[in-house]
Design a protein around this ligand. Structure first.
Ligand SMILES: [Zn+2]
Length: 221
């Protein structure tokens, strides 16, 4: 039986996976996401089950995992649960982690290149450059550590020869960051095809980061 306080996060997770699918970022069942979610006072997370496509995923299929790795649910968690848990453990402010193998972010990650400050919107990740971690096998402790380190200061990173991770204080924000970074990677690759794009200065990015720090949905007074 699903505890009632998990109903909303489960529905939100399914809606988010379907949106990634509709946007072409999910690519089969390779996208996965997690949300912080306590159960009966025990800290833990909800994560997408392994190998299940967006069309088949139902709210009750989301897997609950305790901080100790104990799993409760019908299905096995995504094989990439290790870095989800590592990020949520490292960053107390993060509520949700979104991961995709979306084409353009993954293409840049296969070049082992970070996404530099070639466009002011890179600051959506909360940093001037979206880093690219070294390659490690999926599901490994080494990859978990590398991702947690890469997300220490910012809210997005590329994983070499693998894909993209976004983390944020809400699922909606993590989704926004993942979608924006994928789009920026597409633009960056197009620019790279012609030449090396110029980058904004540290001062220019600091100004944008400052503006973004108070940015969000705001009603007119
Ligand atoms: Zn992956």
């Amino acid at each position: 039986m699903t505890p009632p306080d998990e109903a909303l996060p489960r529905e939100q997770a399914v809606a988010a996976i379907r949106r990634l699918d509709a946007l072409g970022l999910n690519r089969g069942s390779t996208g996965n996401l997690s949300l912080r979610c306590a159960r009966g006072g025990r800290p833990g997370l909800l994560i997408t089950p392994t190998g299940m496509g967006a069309d088949d995923l139902r709210a009750q299929d989301m897997v609950w995992m305790g901080e100790d790795g104990a799993v409760e649910g019908e299905w096995l968690p995504s094989s990439e649960w290790h870095f989800h848990r590592a990020v949520l453990q490292r960053r107390a402010d993060v509520q949700a982690v979104v991961h995709t193998h979306s084409v353009h972010a993954t293409a840049l990650a296969c070049l082992e290149r970070p996404l530099p400050a070639f466009h002011y919107m890179v600051a959506v990740a909360g940093v001037s450059t979206v880093p690219c971690t070294p390659y490690h096998t999926f599901g490994s402790e080494a990859l978990s550590l590398a991702v947690a380190d890469a997300l220490q200061d910012g809210n997005a990173c590329l994983m070499a020869h693998h894909g993209l991770v976004a983390a944020a204080p809400s699922l909606a924000q993590a989704m926004k960051i993942a979608i924006e970074i994928e789009s920026l990677c597409e633009v960056y690759l197009k620019a790279l095809a012609v030449g090396e794009p110029a980058t904004l200065s540290a001062a220019q990015m600091a100004e944008v980061l400052h503006k973004f720090s108070g940015y969000g949905r705001s009603r007119r007074a």
